[in-house]
Design a protein around this ligand. Structure first.
Ligand code: AMP
Length: 181
């Protein structure tokens, strides 16, 4: 239960066993963001450490990171940079292959989306092994940007992703933890 808004955000997340493959407990945020108070409280909780400023862009990872990241960027009065799955962005891109909890994938960013020294806040719905976020951080750094913080609704700490990011010098902000994977 969140003491500030009296809302149990964790209870609004749907837990789906064996999706997308056996052994994975999928933490589905669609039920959280479909709830009007749940969505409002989630965005409020995501943004508060960053209200003091010092960020130039919010970058979100396809696809749930777009929903949350767009709202976060709007609330912070910042622009939004999409990090997309391979082949989706129309202009020149740079890409990075990565492994995630259940497979291998590639993400891309427009080569000119981030300028040298731009300070970036990364947003996604969930961090598990940290492979996706790590690849996004590398893309931002290759673009010349400074990835100063990453924020997620859900942390699966047993999979080590949030520690992996902190070990890379990134400040990590998460709202809810679930044990196991
Ligand atoms: P990882 O790269 O292992 O940190 O995985 C994080 C990415 O995969 C995020 O974009 C999540 O949306 C998705 N993901 C991984 N594991 C889960 C899970 N158990 N439930 C929901 N989404 C997941």
């Amino acid at each position: 239960m969140d003491v500030r808004n009296q809302l149990d955000l964790k209870a609004l997340i749907r837990n789906i066993p064996d999706y997308p493959k056996p052994g994975i407990m999928f933490r589905d945020i669609t039920t959280l963001i479909a709830d009007p108070k749940g969505l409002r409280a989630t965005i409020d909780e995501l943004i508060w450490p960053f209200l003091k400023g010092n960020i130039d862009y919010v970058a979100g990872i396809e696809a749930r990171g777009f929903i949350l990241g767009g709202a976060v960027a709007h609330e912070l009065g910042l622009g939004f940079v999409p990090i997309r799955k391979k082949g989706k962005l129309p202009w020149k891109t740079i890409g990075k292959e990565y492994s995630l909890e259940y497979g291998v994938d590639t993400i891309e960013i427009h080569a000119d989306a981030i300028g040298k020294g731009d300070r970036i806040l990364l947003i996604d719905d969930l961090i598990a092994t940290g492979g996706t976020a790590d690849a996004a951080i590398e893309l931002v750094r290759e673009s010349g940007g400074d990835l100063i913080a990453a924020a997620f609704v859900v942390d699966l700490p047993d999979l080590g992703g949030s520690k992996r990011l902190r070990d890379k010098g990134v400040s990590v902000h998460t709202l809810l933890e679930f044990e196991g994977d």
